[in-house]
Design a protein. Structure first.
Length: 437
């Protein structure tokens, strides 16, 4: 390359020196009043200048053509390297090399951008890059999933999800650490948001990192309840067991004539045993066995659950609908534990419908875009009021007379141990969603 450049430089100086020599010759012939030779020399000078201009224009057009082709992602151009003067062939060869280098640089840049996009789509953190005007410069699949959007090009599109979320993301500043919650069509989402910024090509951009903290909050809440339940049940069992045992001993020693004392001891014993049975039911919440997952077909599994559910509907006023897509959908989980969750949800749905005519329970199973198995169970019974829906997964919370309040708590714990989640969707109908990751 250095040899070709040196040769081109020598040829360039040769044309310049030729033009200078012709100018000197024209001047000398003019001084000597040799007008004929002066005209011939002047004509040669004009031809030399015209020749250089033509070469300049030709090479300029070639360079512009190459730049236009590269800008349009066209790398099929090729200047002939075996035609024209040696100088033209060398210039064409140099332009071909420059075009090839620039195209490779552009291709590598595009590949790096695609590589970084793939990395962003593989992480569990949602990434948004916003301009100060609200335009979305970059986003990954996790951000779209968290926000419940398929297309996201401007911050104002979040008004379809939650107007408060639009205002929050529009006004956040670099360095902010925020938390917010909103409800989409599938669930209530709790987000933590961290904001940073960068200036690219003199334009200020904000980078938002979005994280779903639902799972983290649920795990902390469940762990707290488990620890509390263990302490309470341990203390209650330790206190009540001796009382029950002592009352039974006194009953065996009491004489028949002490009827009033005997009745009191009998009451203490019966109440104590009932309390022990009551506490034992709560201990199940902290003693769920570790899941032993295996592969099983979802359709056959749900059909068995429906048959069990029908036996809990003595009135026969409830119809069941099962929709599994695809029909050979497979789930990897502990079938016995998951059956407890589904049976509990079906039992709750049957109790909610009660004797209502034309009761209906629909079970739908499918695989979402994230390849997660989803099982939806909904019924047309009375909807759960929002003020109650907030507490249904809290251990010991119940609105049923005689209920223990641990059914949904155990269900949530089982789903957590199985690496999934259980959610009550907001709306007019009662719909629970089991998600298996």
């Amino acid at each position: 390359m250095s040899f070709n450049l040196r040769l081109l430089t020598n040829q360039y100086w040769f044309r310049v020196l030729l033009s200078i020599c012709l100018s000197v010759v024209v001047t000398l012939f003019g001084i000597n009043r040799s007008y004929v030779w002066m005209g011939i020399a002047f004509s040669a000078l004009l031809i030399s200048i015209w020749w250089q201009l033509q070469l300049y224009r030709h090479h300029t057009r070639q360079v512009l053509f190459m730049l236009d082709a590269l800008e349009n992602n066209d790398n099929a151009f090729h200047f002939p390297e075996d035609q024209g003067t040696p100088e033209s062939r060398q210039i064409n060869h140099a332009l071909n090399r420059v075009g090839h280098i620039l195209y490779n640089v552009k291709s590598e840049t595009a590949q790096q951008e695609k590589y970084y996009e793939l990395i962003l789509d593989c992480i569990n953190t949602g990434i948004l890059v916003l301009s100060d005007s609200g335009a979305v410069y970059q986003k990954n699949n996790e951000a779209l999933r968290l926000l419940g959007l398929n297309v996201f090009t401007h911050i104002q599109q979040l008004n379809r999800v939650d107007s408060n979320l639009t205002e929050l993301l529009s006004s956040c500043q670099p360095g902010d650490k925020l938390q917010t919650s909103f409800a989409n069509e599938r669930e209530t989402v709790n987000l933590s948001i961290r904001v940073s910024d960068i200036t690219v090509r003199k334009e200020h951009l904000r980078i938002l990192a979005l994280n779903d903290i639902n799972t983290e909050l649920d795990e902390k809440e469940i762990d707290s309840w488990i620890r509390l339940t263990r302490v309470l049940t341990h203390e209650i069992m330790n206190s009540v067991t001796p009382i029950t045992s002592l009352s039974d001993t006194l009953l065996s020693l009491a004489k028949t004539k002490d009827e009033e004392i005997r009745n009191g001891l009998q009451t203490i014993s019966t109440t104590g045993k009932g309390l022990l049975s009551f506490v034992e039911s709560y201990r199940r919440f902290t003693r769920i066995p570790a899941p032993e997952p295996s592969l099983f077909y979802v359709k056959a599994f749900i059909e068995r659950m429906v048959e069990l559910g029908k036996h809990q509907n003595p009135n026969g006023n409830i119809s069941f609908q099962v929709d599994v897509s695809p029909a050979d959908l497979i789930l990897y989980a502990d079938e016995n534990l998951i059956s407890q969750v589904v049976i509990n949800l079906l039992k709750n749905a049957i109790q909610a419908i009660g004797s209502q005519p034309e009761g209906h329970i629909a079970i739908r199973a499918y695989c979402n875009v994230a390849e997660e198995v989803m099982i939806e169970i909904k019924n047309n019974g009375p909807s759960i009021p929002p003020e109650i829906a907030e507490h249904i997964f809290i251990p010991f919370f119940t609105t049923k007379e005689g209920g223990s309040g641990i059914g949904l708590s155990i269900s949530r714990q089982i789903m957590r141990l199985s690496g999934g989640s259980i959610t009550l969707l907001p709306g007019k109908e009662t719909k629970f969603v089991l998600k298996f990751k």
